[in-house]
Write a protein that binds this ligand. Structure first.
Ligand SMILES: [Fe+2]
Length: 185
């Protein structure tokens, strides 16, 4: 039987409801995420989503401890440096998602200011998954350099209820943002 997006959402929700550590939740969801993105047409599984290639992403599943989004990146697009407030996973259905990863190096004592140090980037190709660890190592930027990219993102929290932060690498300025303003990933 086909493993559907609804099956994946149910399975991921069951896993996070165990209340395990982020590491264990990530390890348990990796297989199911790989399984669902191995079907390039999986985004058509939701009854009101019969267009497999929308210009904008959409929400697949949302609860207090889990958000699953279909993310559609235009060619040469991306997201500025930002955080998530929790762990996240990405599974790429088509295209290539490049994550630039950062550690925070200041002590947080200066309001609306941060210094960041860049770690090795993560390149996620179609059929591959990756994860972004918990804070303070959840700071990253996305770069899309190889054409339109479609991915499923999984967050271990209700992403729509977060105030998150955007970081300016040049000035060190930190700015809050919500889900109505970009980046939405
Ligand atoms: Fe993100």
């Amino acid at each position: 039987m086909t493993y559907t997006l609804q099956d994946f959402a149910k399975e991921a929700q069951r896993i996070v409801d165990r209340g395990d550590s982020a590491e264990r939740a990530i390890a348990a969801i990796a297989g199911p995420l790989e399984r669902i993105i191995s079907r390039p047409d999986c985004l058509t599984d939701l009854p009101d989503r019969d267009d497999p290639d929308p210009d904008e992403g959409f929400m697949i599943h949302r609860s207090d401890n889990l958000t699953i989004n279909a993310v559609v990146w235009a060619p040469e697009s991306g997201a500025p440096v930002h955080n998530h407030n929790g762990w996240a996973m990405e599974g790429v259905i088509s295209g290539i998602e490049l994550n630039r990863n950062f550690d925070r190096t200041d002590d947080g004592s200066r309001p609306w200011f941060a210094t960041l140090e860049e770690r090795a980037p993560t390149r996620v190709e179609a059929g591959e998954t990756t994860f972004l660890p918990e804070p303070p190592s959840d700071i990253h930027a996305v770069e899309i350099r190889h054409g339109k990219t479609v991915a499923i993102h999984v967050y271990g929290l209700d992403l729509f209820r977060q105030w998150r932060y955007r970081f300016d690498l040049d000035t060190g300025k930190v700015e809050p943002f919500g889900m109505r303003t970009r980046p939405r990933a």
